[in-house]
Design a protein around this ligand. Structure first.
Ligand SMILES: N[C@@H](CCC(=O)N[C@@H](CS)C(=O)NCC(=O)O)C(=O)O
Length: 217
């Protein structure tokens, strides 16, 4: 019997898109349920009663929550088709380390540096170059964070490929100096052009409107 796979996400969330990219790379069919976070569906609240957030992947009726947990679930369940995490324990630990770095440092810092206010914004702007340098170093001698092919870490960092230039436009500043971070810049361009990802990019004008009206929570 074919797997029943439903992905609850929003049109713009980078956390949700990670899951779309993983499923597309692996060639797995799935249905998408677009949520309105201002009016969450009873099903979303039922499947993720703890955080009440998207994404949620429901596999044959069983919900899996939290994007990084979902990515690992997908990779373990459909491992033969396009493995995402390296097998080697040390390499896997490195991927998890840089994933944590993205979630706890890089992403919040760029968000605050572009959408934040006052002192918090200034502090984030001061810290971001150091974080970007670390990310840039991870690409030395490689096309992707995962090496010659896209891996788990590319999906984690994938938000940059479609959001950096939107945030720059909304804030009217440069978040990533393209000359200072050439590897990251190239990687963003390549990632954006990956054929199986193409149809997943949210509409740029809608993203700009969304972030122009962004209310910090
Ligand atoms: N750590 C979570 C973050 C997911 C997240 O922040 N989702 C947001 C949308 S981008 C959400 O559902 N927010 C609804 C809310 O906070 O009420 C993950 O990786 O899945």
């Amino acid at each position: 019997m074919a797997d029943d796979l439903k992905l609850f996400r929003t049109w713009s969330s980078a956390y949700g898109l990670r899951i779309v990219w993983a499923l597309k790379l692996k060639g797995i069919e799935f249905d998408t349920i677009f949520e309105d976070l201002a009016d969450k569906s009873p099903l979303l609240l039922q499947y993720n009663p703890v955080h009440k957030k998207i994404p949620v992947l429901v596999h044959n009726g069983k919900p899996v929550c939290e994007s990084l947990v979902i990515l690992e679930y997908i990779d373990e369940t459909w491992n033969e088709a396009y493995p995402l995490l390296p097998k080697d324990p040390f390499k896997k630990a490195e991927v998890r380390f840089w994933t944590k770095f993205n979630e706890e440092k890089l992403l919040p810092s760029i968000k605050k540096a572009s959408l934040g206010h006052g002192r918090e914004k200034e502090e984030a702007r001061a810290l971001t170059p150091e974080y970007l340098k670390h990310a840039e170093e991870q690409l030395e001698g490689k096309k992707f964070f995962g090496g010659e092919k896209i891996g788990y870490l590319d999906l984690v960092f994938g938000w940059m490929a479609y959001l950096i230039n939107v945030l720059e436009e909304v804030d009217g500043t440069t978040l990533i100096n393209r000359e200072r971070y050439p590897l990251l810049t190239k990687w963003m361009e390549i990632f954006y052009e990956i054929p199986v990802f193409k149809e997943s990019w949210p509409d740029r004008d809608m993203l700009i409107t969304k972030f122009q009206n962004y209310v910090w929570t």
